[in-house]
Design a binder for this molecule. Sequence first.
Ligand code: AMP
Length: 433
Amino acid sequence: MAKVQNIKGMRDHLPQAMLLRQYILETVRRVAERHGFEPLQTPVVEYAEVLEGKLGDDEKLIYRFTDHGERGLALRYDQTVPLARVVAQYAGQLALPWRRYAYGPSYRGERPARGRYREFYQFDADIVGSGSPLADAEIVALLTESLEALGFPGFTTLLNHRQIIGGIARTSGLDETSAGGVYRAIDKFDKLGADGVLAELLRMGVAPAAADQILALVQIDGTPGEVLAALAERLGADARATAAITNLWAIIDALGQMGVSPERYRVAPRLARGLSYYTGLVFEANTPHWPEGSLLGGGRYDELIGQFAGRPIPTVGLAFGLDRLHDVMEELGLGPRPATTAVAYVTVFGPEQAAASLALARELRAGGVNTLISLETGALGKQFKEADRKGVRFALVLGPDELTRGEVVVKDLRGGGQRSLPQAEVVAALLAE
Ligand code: AMP
């Protein structure tokens, strides 16, 4: 028989991993709902033409296949393009601006590596139908609150604007058609370093003086104010770059008013982000504990939805990589680590006590205590062992003596102690633990 295995780059998540994944999802979802975002779900399969022409170079990573009718289909690459389709398709039913969140698997035919998979879960939050810098700032505030709620230490969000990179390319003497190549070269800065990016720019045919200038500009560093002031000085002759700098100022002002700590973000002119559909703000959150890639990324894409809707609909959004968050949290020991879902294990002393034990389990569940019931009768030692192996903290015993007294023995399998409690008090006692 062939070896039993799953597909490379696609993972099974066993219960322990799932408990942490669900915790991450719930935490991020709660923050999004606190900001009034509404849920959306779309199929994982789209008509191939929905995804085509939207992703630039990344289009080659799309998984394609044909259905029985030979129609070209594709697995969704992200949650953004399906959102654009939905906005166009249900135009009359959605009141703009619309804040929506969505989560689920996305698929990319990448070379699998640490933190990079072919099936991975993304959690997206987008504000559709607003070009206000307040919308950009709200997305950045939402990601900051989410990472803080998850307990991430020392993360930084890098902010940039597509027209700052455009301005850098233009003031270095490059035309619009070369700008895409410049984005891609700059995007590799953290991976290749300054020398690597220089080599890449020269390979693209950028003149050495222009390549040097690009490199000097993308390495400007300092507080957001310092970086923007330095960029304003160097890119002042480029009207679009100047407008972009004003826009970033407005976003940063709003972040301050929203209470986002200035330690949480920086302006990084080297941040390009690969996807071709961004038109304004771009951002990425990183942590020094995970140098291989970003925890999340996003930006403003004012033209993508227009490709479906026939009119521009300004939109800004983000995508958390739930797998990345999970991998980093696992490595740093962040988040709760329950061994299992159940807190209580109700033993069954003997056939005569079975009905009372089932009633006790029902009472515990009704009171909000996750409860396992033994599927075996008698041999309490074996039942305790099963509870312990599952990682359930409390084993409960209802023997003939306890039943007569209306009590339950609660045995703490972690601490070793045990006590008898009136049955009416058991739910409250376990909830208090
Ligand atoms: P993108 O859709 O490329 O902007 O990516 C947004 C986020 O999704 C990234 O910051 C990652 O956290 C996550 N992500 C993207 N590609 C992958 C992948 N192949 N495997 C795991 N996570 C990914």
